[in-house]
Design a binder for this molecule. Sequence first.
Ligand SMILES: *Cc1c(COP(=O)(O)O)cnc(C)c1O
Length: 398
Amino acid sequence: MNANKKYGFATKQIHAGNKPDPTGALCTPIYQTSTFRFSSVEQGGARFAGQEEGYIYSRLGNPSLTTLEDKVAALENGEACLATASGMGAISSAIWSSVVAGDNIVASDTLYGCTYALLNHGVTKFNVQVDFIDMADLDALKKAIKPNTKVVYLETPCNPTLKIVDIAEVAKIAHAANPEIKVIVDNTFCSPYIQRPLDLGADVVVHSATKYLNGHGDVIAGFIIGKADFIATCRMFGLKDMTGAVMSPFNAFLILRGLKTLDIRMERHTKNAMALANFLHDHPAVKKVYYPGLPDFEGHEIAKKQMDLFGGMMAIELNADRDTTAKCINTLELCTIAVSLGDAETLVEHPASMTHSTYSAEELAMAGIAEGLVRISVGLEDADDIIADFKQALDRLL
Ligand SMILES: *Cc1c(COP(=O)(O)O)cnc(C)c1O
């Protein structure tokens, strides 16, 4: 690549961050090594002191990961990126790098279940106080920010209700209150092909790369993207000392492979999701479809403003109780009952029993997660086949 040229997303997902290899290898090799040889004690000392560039030990950096990190930073329009062993590794490393005892975090009340657990039961054990608010309510955000607030944390679309939060407005409010506040956005549901929070004013993006970025259901991984100094803190403290959540070189190789087709996959996920959403919207067994692409969905206008596509994630609420909902899901023949998302296969799960079982009944109600709510990660199969499968399962409820 020519460093002076601006390239499009598809070109960057294939070429950005790639380093010339001495053997001429087209693909970045898997540097399956834990440690790196120093030519002398002096050189080792210089690397530890940060006076000389170079690798030391793979928890601090590895060439397979460097290529991937530079690529993901380019895709999110960020200065730097840190690869992690999981999405939770990214989120926890970023949080530990941002707060100390006595600080406050303002977080969205609808979040991935384990993120909610980390904030609700984890960091609070260390005297970090967390306020959960409806992040779509900007007045509630203004009221919640305190002098000791260090982080505003959100997802959009939220997991699992697809609630849309206006990233630019949240960033504006947080930074007006205190420019030091870090607005952290979990961009897992969108991927940078659809939404780039840093361009909208957020400070940090976190990802579960387990999902769309890898896209093939065979890796657990994560990323943190942001300013170079913050990513350096995440690398040399959050990850190195606090979580140790380092990505393996083999997983870096698989994600580099998956990323080559990110744009094509996101286009197809969205096309299939739109077709399925339109079908489900008109099915009498379905009470509500939660999909940002539907004009009657709350948040559709904000979604149009900040997302380039509406994505492959949706949820539906059935006119049914918990047991009937479970029975209906069990009759799907093609779609797979599984958590996770962003894979080639259409995956269907029941948040109240699975991903959001860390929420109490009251917390579920507060976050708007009904017993009849079904989350769907629309896959890359033929849309007609996905629709036919839902039709035969839902028709049994009539
Ligand atoms: C899956 C997920 C996570 C957690 O990622 P892991 O890779 O499973 O650790 C975090 N946030 C969102 C929105 C997710 O969907």
